[in-house]
Design a protein around this ligand. Structure first.
Ligand SMILES: Nc1nc2c(ncn2[C@@H]2O[C@H](COP(=O)(O)OP(=O)(O)O)[C@@H](O)[C@H]2O)c(=O)[nH]1
Ligand SMILES: [Mg+2]
Length: 223
């Protein structure tokens, strides 16, 4: 197992989270670094999606990863095994990261030479959506076994994300999952949301998703 740096994050001291998040974005803009905040339920495929995405686009841009969890460092170790710079953030039991906590992670990771930093947020469809982390774009993953009704039940997550990956489409034949309905429900929450049906296992749909991501990184870093 690879040794990874584990950061025990401190509770945020900033009263105004939105102002702090805006400050982070400003700094990232001058550094030409794009921060993507990835959110989903535990087990929907954040780490697997990241591993495949890194493998596909690593030669094109320089990537760093911050893995946030309540305990363990298995995800950061999996990322580090690919040769990608990664740190593990422990939230001290908290179910989300806010801007101040994200900033502590960014400092430890070191971002100046990176084009893209991915924050894998704590697995949860509720709390992470309530806090602006300073990310340039928010991306949610919903996997087929979770069911197509989730945008109805957890509106804020889908309102706050610019892109939605519908993961595990390889297991669609085994579930009563209606792709048309999930798209309709997600668009009801956020008419602008970009939706990518994918399988992190087979790689289906990854071209479209990675093109979107590379384009977003490029726009942020070069405009
Ligand atoms: N069949 C299938 N399994 C997947 C896919 N993506 C992830 N998994 C599996 O789902 C489980 C949880 O994935 P993980 O990436 O750890 O989810 P995370 O908790 O959101 O980071 C693992 O056993 C993965 O192998 C997929 O596209 N298809
Ligand atoms: Mg994970």
């Amino acid at each position: 197992m690879k040794d990874v740096k584990i950061i025990e994050i401190k509770k945020s001291i900033f009263a105004d989270n939105d102002a702090e998040a805006a400050r982070i974005r400003e700094k990232l803009k001058t550094e030409k670094t794009f921060l993507m905040n990835m959110m989903s339920s535990p087990g929907s495929g954040k780490t697997t999606t990241l591993l495949r995405t890194i493998k596909d686009i690593d030669g094109k841009i320089k990537i760093g990863v911050m893995e946030a969890d309540i305990d363990s460092s298995v995800d950061a170790e999996a990322i580090a095994a690919t040769g990608t710079r990664s740190i593990q953030i422990h939230t001290g039991g908290m179910c989300h990261l806010d801007a101040g906590m994200t900033e502590q992670g960014l400092k430890e990771l070191g971002t100046e030479d990176l084009d893209l930093v991915v924050l894998e947020n704590v697995g949860n469809l509720v709390c992470p959506a309530e806090f602006d982390t300073g990310a340039c774009k928010n991306v949610a993953i919903l996997s087929v076994p979770e069911g197509h009704d989730k945008p109805l039940k957890y509106p804020l997550m889908f309102e706050k994300c610019q892109a939605l990956l519908i993961n595990k489409i390889d297991v669609m034949p085994y579930f009563d999952f209606d792709m048309n309905k999930v798209i309709e429900f997600a668009k009801m929450r956020n008419s602008e949301i970009e939706i990518f049906p994918v399988s992190a296992k087979t790689g289906e749909g990854f071209n479209e998703w990675e093109n979107w991501l590379l384009n977003e990184v490029n726009q942020w870093n070069n405009n």
